[in-house]
Design a protein. Structure first.
Length: 187
């Protein structure tokens, strides 16, 4: 059965008329986009991000290794899975995930299992995060960035899900990873 919404949109495409860079930061680029939407010219904000990777590390006892770090945009500490941006547009998501796991937790994994991709804020941002599962963790070398202050903590899956349902754990990639892991392995 055809999707009526997609069928309707296919007849009236959105066309980019002009894109102007307004700000180039360390992590993202902000643009003004002028677009034609079915004959109507309008302005949209667009933010480009080179993408990131995240990893849900499961310890031998079944607990999930989380990191607690300060997030300036929220003005508070958050509980998250280890993650970080890719070094370049070409960097493999899995290689990035392996690097971030070791840098942020001090553990490494020889093999990661793909869980899912997440687009974080589809209305104006193209950030894509590849999320992986890591088991059989081995000691590695923790290496925090100069602007990071992290703490690693082991959590039971059920306790993390409780925090999600209470609205206390709200990081999108972390929520997606935990719920995907629980559903995939029926935990």
């Amino acid at each position: 059965m055809p999707d009526k919404l997609n069928e309707k949109n296919a007849k009236k495409p959105v066309k980019l008329i002009e894109r102007t860079l307004r700000y180039q930061g360390h992590v993202l680029s902000v643009y003004d986009d002028y677009v034609d939407v079915a004959g109507h010219k309008t302005h949209w904000d667009f933010i480009h991000h080179i993408g990131a990777a995240a990893v849900l590390p499961v310890l031998d006892d079944g607990k999930i290794l989380m990191v607690r770090q300060y997030r300036h945009a929220l003005g508070r500490y958050t509980l998250e899975i280890p993650a970080g941006k890719r070094d370049s547009e070409e960097e493999d998501f899995e290689l990035c995930a392996k690097r971030e796991l070791e840098e942020e937790t001090g553990y490494r994994a020889e093999k990661l299992e793909f869980l899912l991709f997440v687009n974080t804020t589809v209305a104006f941002l193209d950030e894509k995060i590849g999320i992986y599962l890591a088991r059989d963790l081995k000691p590695g070398k923790k290496h925090w960035d100069v602007d990071e202050e992290l703490g690693a903590e082991a959590w039971e899956l059920s306790a993390l899900q409780k925090l999600i349902y209470e609205g206390k754990l709200t990081d999108g990639k972390t929520v997606a990873a935990i719920q995907s892991y629980a559903a995939k392995f029926r935990l």
